[in-house]
Design a binder for this molecule. Structure first.
Ligand SMILES: CC(C)(COP(=O)(O)OP(=O)(O)OC[C@H]1O[C@@H](n2cnc3c(N)ncnc32)[C@H](O)[C@@H]1OP(=O)(O)O)[C@@H](O)C(=O)NCCC(=O)NCCS
Length: 161
């Protein structure tokens, strides 16, 4: 079925809605200033938003460095989780990364954030290490994940296993 939302590049005017998602979804939300700096730094960043009925329902922030990308942030409006919005943002970003000949992707995720870890696993990310006390407020560790984008993602495990 066709998605009800559309993905486009983030713009300055989106920052208020992005701030709302940040504050709803992250224990250490980014500020308006950080978000604006990220969106406007189009040389090394690419921020996209998913828009449904004129509302931003999710966003994704990517940073590029040579042949690699770093997933800086991804957040979905809480009532809209579980509909495939994050997956569609990643699909769109991966298509763009292919055109840029990006070979690898990395990110940090809180060790307790199983929902996000599951999502990243489906995109071929695997753990390579831990950053101790990465999250300042909670002192929680972060898993460092990497994915190889130069090959197809591994098949999801069979439910019969
Ligand atoms: C983690 C997060 C980004 C996932 O976003 P999401 O839009 O819910 O993710 P998706 O819907 O693409 O995939 C998640 C689930 O939806 C399911 N799904 C995918 N497409 C679907 C569809 N069309 N209909 C119903 N369910 C679907 C997936 O199978 C998956 O199932 P799960 O319940 O087993 O996890 C979101 O929960 C979030 O914003 N969390 C808080 C912020 C955060 O932790 N960000 C990551 C920091 S590193």
């Amino acid at each position: 079925m066709k998605n009800a939302w559309k993905i486009r590049l983030a713009e300055r005017r989106d920052v208020g809605e992005l701030l709302g998602i940040e504050e709803a979804q992250f224990p250490e939300p980014w500020t308006r200033r950080i978000l604006l700096d990220e969106i406007e730094n189009t040389e090394t960043r690419r921020y996209t938003v998913a828009v449904e009925n004129k509302r931003i329902v999710g966003y994704l922030g990517i940073m590029f460095a040579l042949e690699e990308l770093h997933v800086n942030t991804i957040g979905i409006l809480p009532p809209e989780e579980g509909r495939g919005i994050a997956s569609s943002l990643l699909d769109e970003a991966w298509a763009d990364a292919k055109e840029r000949a990006i070979k690898r992707a990395t990110l940090e995720v809180a060790v307790s954030n199983q929902r996000a870890i599951d999502l990243y696993y489906r995109y071929g990310f695997r753990p390579v290490g831990v950053r101790k006390n990465y999250y300042e407020k909670s002192n929680e560790d972060a898993l460092i994940l990497w994915a190889d984008l130069s090959s197809e993602p591994p098949e999801p495990p069979s439910t019969l296993e």
